[in-house]
Design a protein around this ligand. Structure first.
Ligand code: PBG
Ligand code: ZN
Length: 328
């Protein structure tokens, strides 16, 4: 009919699997993923987190089996969270040499020296009140908390952590941690800063998994207001100036505009944290048969990379690694 069409035939580039693969702009690789793990005290514990089907709290004696699975799937990196039995006002368990993350790090590194261990540097899993720093007058004391966070980071590096990931949202945490690491001789250990972390309802299931729900109040005086976009650039800017090596944006899915902003404004690897609530929602719908889990997860993770993320921290890492293998 019309040889001189006045419209574009976009469908030409969608005509087959091979054609679509040829023009695809965004790809997922197993190297993009960091898998979170929860380590508990005791032995022979493998507790499924009720709100996170498929995610477990694992005791030290069973940990290496879990890590073996991760390594065999080709995943290059894990992030460790500790769930201690004992908590106190200042979160001592976070920075002692025998802390749960420190012990787990030494154990894993001995068995699998090549896996990259990211240590989450915060106090909330270790404080009796569940806040990410020391409490004075019912609020978190910024500067006093910094000293404890710096000690935590150094003890994690001493245990063999490859990357320090401070998630506490105190002002100046990158500066103080960088200084402490350098003074302790860890000039080569990078900081993956939770630079842009919103006060989000999407963390609910994580707080079950890590037993870190604040006992009073909330985290709104230190985590960011979800309504703010320009503030994210200020947060990221100060972390860059203070010496961050990676920038995390968290949560991911409702904040892809922020991922794009951070990617466009800064020249550091950007990490999207696909958080617990984002995982649980998909799992719940999948278990009900309401959605196609694999397609949906691949679509979500692809959208995070399309938005500008270089790396993704996700509880789906093992599933994705399996799916990517099936495709090849
Ligand atoms: C704590 C911390 C949180 C997460 C990682 N580290 C949550 C919080 O602020 O309570 C969230 C992870 C997730 O929801 O998957 N500093
Ligand atoms: Zn915290």
């Amino acid at each position: 009919m019309n040889n001189n069409t006045e419209f574009k035939r976009h469908r030409r580039l969608r005509s087959s699997n091979s054609m679509r693969a040829m023009v695809r702009e965004t790809h997922l690789h197993v190297e993009d993923f960091i898998y979170p793990m929860f380590v508990v005290e005791g032995s022979n514990v493998k507790n499924e987190v009720p709100s996170m089907p498929g995610v477990y709290q694992v005791s030290m004696d069973l940990l290496l089996d879990e890590v073996k699975e991760v390594v065999e799937l080709g995943i290059k990196s894990i992030i460790l969270f500790g769930v201690p039995n004992e908590k106190d006002e200042v979160g001592t368990g976070a920075f002692i040499e025998t802390g749960i993350v420190q012990e787990a790090t030494r154990l894993i590194k001995r068995a699998y020296p090549e896996i990259l261990i990211v240590a989450d540097t915060c106090l909330c899993e270790y404080t009796s009140h569940g806040h990410c720093g020391v409490i004075h007058d019912h609020d978190v004391d910024n500067d006093e908390s910094l000293q404890l966070l710096a000690r935590t980071a150094v003890s994690q590096a001493e245990a063999g952590a490859d990357i320090i990931a401070p998630s506490n949202m105190m002002d100046g945490f990158v500066k103080v941690i960088r200084q402490a690491l350098d003074e302790a001789g860890f000039t080569n250990i990078p900081i993956m800063s939770y630079a842009v972390k919103y006060a989000s309802a999407f963390y609910g299931p994580f707080r079950d998994a890590a037993d870190s729900t604040p006992q009073f109040g909330d985290r709104k005086t230190y985590q960011m207001d979800p309504a703010n976009r320009l503030e994210a650039l200020r947060e990221a800017e100060s972390d860059v100036v203070e010496g961050a090596d990676f920038l995390i944006v968290k949560p991911a899915l409702s904040y892809l505009d922020i991922v794009r902003d951070v990617r466009n404004h800064f020249n550091l690897p950007v990490v999207a944290y696909n958080v617990s609530g984002e995982y649980s929602m998909v799992k719940a719908a999948a278990l009900n048969g309401w959605i196609d889990e694999k397609s949906l997860v691949m679509e979500k993770l692809t959208s995070m990379k399309r938005a500008g993320a270089d790396l993704i921290i996700t509880y789906f890492a093992k599933d994705v690694a399996k799916w990517l293998k099936e495709e090849n």
